[in-house]
Design a binder for this molecule. Structure first.
Ligand code: UDX
Length: 474
């Protein structure tokens, strides 16, 4: 029996593509897959695993958040009280090292041979040291896009923004014409000012360790993100295989909870392409004033909407929904025939694959981008940090499927601009056509291969990666 070990980072947006990768490996290659993580993330993974699966195993490693100064139940980025804890969570994963080594040794004894390879998240790249010590092939899997990962790596490694007084600058590893603006640099990177303070040291360390891996898999499609994948090869110095989009499919509406079903039923009553879906992923939250402007903008746009609302910054994320404090006075009452305010968590994949959705107002997290475009839904971009700026840039400049909201120096937005951009994207026939075209390419990349038919590029890359791994193993 050949076994592949998967080790995702502890975040919703990472667990889902890792689970999809596990499905693909077990279905296409017939290998046994063991996914390793902390107990509560294993519970999340279990909820994503079909009960019929016998070849994907979940293995939980002991982890106690309070040993790392994390609040109880903080084992995933979306349960952290603030994004400031992400670095602590990132570092705390290293406490899993001895347990991980023990698990690998137990599995090797019971299988009679070591695992075929370890595929680990870029953010748990310390696993490369374990793999090297045990002589196991190692690949990092970036659940972000090619451009996003390459830009993120390059900015952390080379700090090009500190080498020029100009507001725009080129990025090492990208062609000359590719320029970023200072406003497209995340707060953590800006704050580091190129020095190896504690936070910067950790980020750079994971990037450098990733670059010591044997290979990189990326959750993207080569022909959709040609520039980004090419840059990723240059910046990382690794062989990169684009194996995406690794996405979960929509669940039947009957299997959803009561609120989610009600939301989908409301969408059934709306015209094709008439609804704006608004959501900011699993970890970003907006400020109270941004929330007010967004509400005003949606109201002014005159469009139907589904909006996932969470406590604004400064409020406890776990606290009860407080419409009267968070939303403009009477908003829900005035909008009761035009919109659904979802409290906390929406069935995003199901929503984006519903025919009534015409646009997605998104923070441009990579999973959201893939889920939107694979359904041919154009995007209203409101990037808030990390790789999100570069994902938005790809969508605006290369794919022509997105318009960004204007943001002030402190990230403030204006309701009038929200209403205007919603109109531009919802009525943008050409943009919709291009989004549909990208969706077709994405599906084609994962299709084919039956009855002599040519495989899509991502399936071909996936098979090629495992051919190389097998050659190393034998
Ligand atoms: C994080 C980073 O913030 C992002 O920059 C990076 O590109 C990926 O990792 P996150 O912010 O969670 O991701 O956003 P995203 O990548 O969009 O993933 C969110 C996932 O949660 C998506 O699969 C989405 O479908 C799901 N989700 C989110 C829901 O199902 N319901 C919700 O209400 C919100």
């Amino acid at each position: 029996m050949k076994r592949v070990i998967l080790f995702p980072f502890m975040a919703q947006g990472h667990l889902i593509p890792f689970m999809q990768l596990a499905h693909l490996i077990s279905h296409r290659k017939g290998y046994t897959v063991t996914i390793v993580n902390t107990p509560s993330n294993i519970d999340t993974l279990r909820s994503l695993l079909p009960s019929t699966s016998t070849t994907i195993h979940l293995s939980s490693l002991p982890f106690n958040p309070s040993d790392h100064n994390l609040p109880p139940n903080s084992e995933s980025t979306h349960t952290l009280p603030s994004p400031l804890h992400i670095l602590t969570l990132l570092r705390s994963s290293e406490s899993l090292r001895p347990h991980f080594i023990r698990l690998l040794s137990d599995l090797s004894s019971s299988d009679g041979r070591p695992p075929l390879c370890i595929i680990a998240d870029v953010f748990v790249a310390w696993t490369v040291e374990v793999a090297r010590d045990l002589g196991i092939h190692h690949a990092v899997f970036t659940t972000c896009g090619g451009c996003g990962t390459a830009a993120y790596f390059s900015l952390w490694l080379h700090s090009p923004h500190l080498k020029t007084p100009d507001s725009s600058f080129g990025v090492p590893g990208f062609p000359d014409g590719f320029r970023l603006d200072r406003s497209q640099i995340s707060g953590v990177l800006k704050a580091s000012r190129g020095a190896d303070d504690e936070r910067s040291y950790s980020f750079r360390r994971y990037i450098r360790l990733s670059m010591e891996s044997d290979a990189m898999l990326c959750n993207t499609v080569e022909e959709v993100e040609a520039l980004g994948v090419k840059a990723l090869r240059v910046v990382s110095g690794l062989p990169v295989w684009a194996v995406g989009p690794l996405l979960r499919g929509p669940k039947p509406v009957s299997s959803l909870n009561h609120d989610s079903r009600a939301c989908m039923e409301w969408m059934d009553s709306r015209a094709r392409g008439s609804v704006v879906y608004v959501s900011f992923g699993s970890q970003n939250r907006v400020t109270a004033s941004q929330m007010r402007e967004l509400a005003l903008g949606l109201e002014m746009s005159g469009r139907d909407f589904v909006w996932v609302v969470r406590a604004p910054v400064g409020f406890d994320p776990e606290e009860e929904f407080r419409a009267e404090e968070w939303l403009p006075e009477g908003f829900e009452e005035r909008m009761k025939n035009r919109g659904v305010v979802v409290r906390g968590w929406a069935p995003q994949v199901e929503i984006l694959s519903h025919a009534s959705v015409g646009a997605f107002l998104s923070h441009c997290g990579w999973n959201s981008v893939l889920e939107s475009l694979s359904n041919g839904v154009p995007v209203i971009g409101w990037p808030m940090g990390a790789d999100q700026y570069y994902n938005a840039k790809v969508m605006v400049e290369e794919l022509g499927v997105c318009v960004e909201l204007k943001r002030g120096l402190e990230g403030e937005i204006d309701g009038g601009d929200v209403a205007r951009v919603v109109g531009v994207v919802m009525d943008g026939g050409e943009m919709k056509r291009r989004a549909v075209e990208v969706g077709v390419k994405m599906r084609a990349a994962m299709g084919g291969g039956e009855g002599g038919e040519r495989r899509g590029s991502s399936l071909e890359a996936f098979d090629d990666f495992f051919d190389k791994v097998e050659a190393f193993y034998n």
